[in-house]
Design a protein around this ligand. Structure first.
Ligand SMILES: Nc1ncnc2c1ncn2[C@@H]1O[C@H](COP(=O)(O)OP(=O)(O)OP(=O)(O)O)[C@@H](O)[C@H]1O
Length: 345
């Protein structure tokens, strides 16, 4: 059996803490996160702003040093990250960010921007020009762009150049941090089409971070739902979207508009999210979602749930703990909306 491309085990990333009197709690941006991604697969990471999605990606690629836990790349432990491991990681893992402009040097032509990552590869100097043309072609641009500067390109074209830069080193894994959210809707679809093609052609593995639930539903093989530094639910995308188990997942998915084909598609009951996500510096006791959960009991404030296998997914909710549930009815009922938007319960 081949090892997953990426395996993250109990990953923690805390920021700050201490303060003048040593009593300031740290920001627990990522707090005990585990997942795996197999070769050629896409894991979608969703969750409200501030839940820790980008911090996971930045810790995996070595921008942040992990506070705890393990990161394995193709079976090799790359934590703690020695310089040699970091070098290997940088050639195998690349990241594409949300803002296509900030990642390109405004004073460099596209040719120059694309030649920089090639210096880290074994492509001989004499062949780099041909390789740059090939990369542009792969992302749907042509040699006319070689002499252009970033300000002469549209947002979508700049993101294509960023993707070309990312694949220049022939990586195995791409960390895509909201790669389309700064683009117009029509351009978004084209960039998603490009990422889809590249995955097929190059056998790439993706960690895809987004707020766009419809996009992740169509694009990701597996979906993980983050809340306040923890993954609350993770499993095959169809399972998560058709039969969400965690109250947070249900609340998040109930924001997706009900369409006319709702008779066929399962939809979560309307359980809109109330209130704001708490500060990761001051996380609630027990289940972190309990202050906002419509089903919370006293148990939920007292015990931090461990992830449990529920119907093919991993779910962090006491409702699924044997015997401790005060709301078994809720846990056994996936709920769905009818096309008029009402609950069919
Ligand atoms: N370098 C840092 N120093 C201190 N706190 C940080 C740092 N980076 C992130 N955080 C905090 O960690 C938490 C998680 O942030 P992160 O950006 O990972 O969330 P996110 O889910 O990606 O949000 P968004 O969807 O808005 O990008 C937030 O409270 C954020 O303020």
């Amino acid at each position: 059996m081949t090892a997953p491309v990426l395996a993250v085990d109990d990953l923690e990333k805390y920021f700050g803490g201490g303060g003048w009197f040593g009593d300031e709690p740290p920001v627990r941006a990522v707090d005990g996160v585990s997942f795996e991604i197999d070769r050629g697969e896409t894991l979608g990471l969703i969750g409200e702003s501030g839940s820790g999605k980008s911090t996971i990606a930045k810790t995996v690629i070595g921008i942040h040093e992990p506070t705890g836990g393990r990161i394995r790349f193709e079976g090799e432990d790359v934590t703690p990250q020695t310089r040699k491991q970091l070098r290997r990681l940088r050639s195998e893992v690349q990241m594409v960010f949300q803002d296509p402009t900030s990642c390109l040097n405004p004073r460099r032509t596209i040719r120059k921007s694309l030649s920089v990552p090639l210096k880290a590869t074994d492509v001989p100097k004499a062949e780099r020009g041909r390789r740059i043309s090939e990369l542009l072609d792969r992302v749907g641009l042509n040699d006319e762009y070689l002499t252009k500067y970033p300000h002469e390109l549209s947002g979508g074209q700049k993101q294509r150049v960023n993707i070309a830069r990312a694949i220049a080193v022939e990586p195995t894994l791409l960390l895509l941090d909201e790669p389309t959210s700064a683009l117009d809707v029509s351009v978004q679809a084209k960039i998603i089409g490009l990422l889809d093609d590249l995955q097929d052609e190059l056998g790439l593995t993706y960690l895809f971070i987004t707020h766009d639930l419809s996009l992740i539903r169509n694009f990701a093989d597996e979906t993980a739902v983050m809340y306040l530094g923890e993954i609350q639910e993770r499993g095959p995308t169809d399972r998560i979207f058709e039969r969400p188990s965690h109250p947070y997942t249900r609340a998040l998915l109930s924001a997706i508009p009900v369409t006319d084909d709702a008779e066929e598609a399962y939809k979560p009951r309307r359980e809109p999210l109330e209130g704001e996500i708490p500060s990761p510096r001051d996380v609630p006791s027990g289940c972190r979602f309990h202050p906002r959960c419509p089903h919370a009991t006293e148990e939920c404030a007292a015990h931090r749930p461990e992830p449990r296998e529920v119907d093919g997914a991993s779910v962090r909710c006491l409702a699924y703990d044997d015997g401790t549930s005060g709301f078994a009815d809720f846990a056994s009922e996936p709920g769905r909306l009818t096309s008029d938007g009402g609950s069919d319960r």
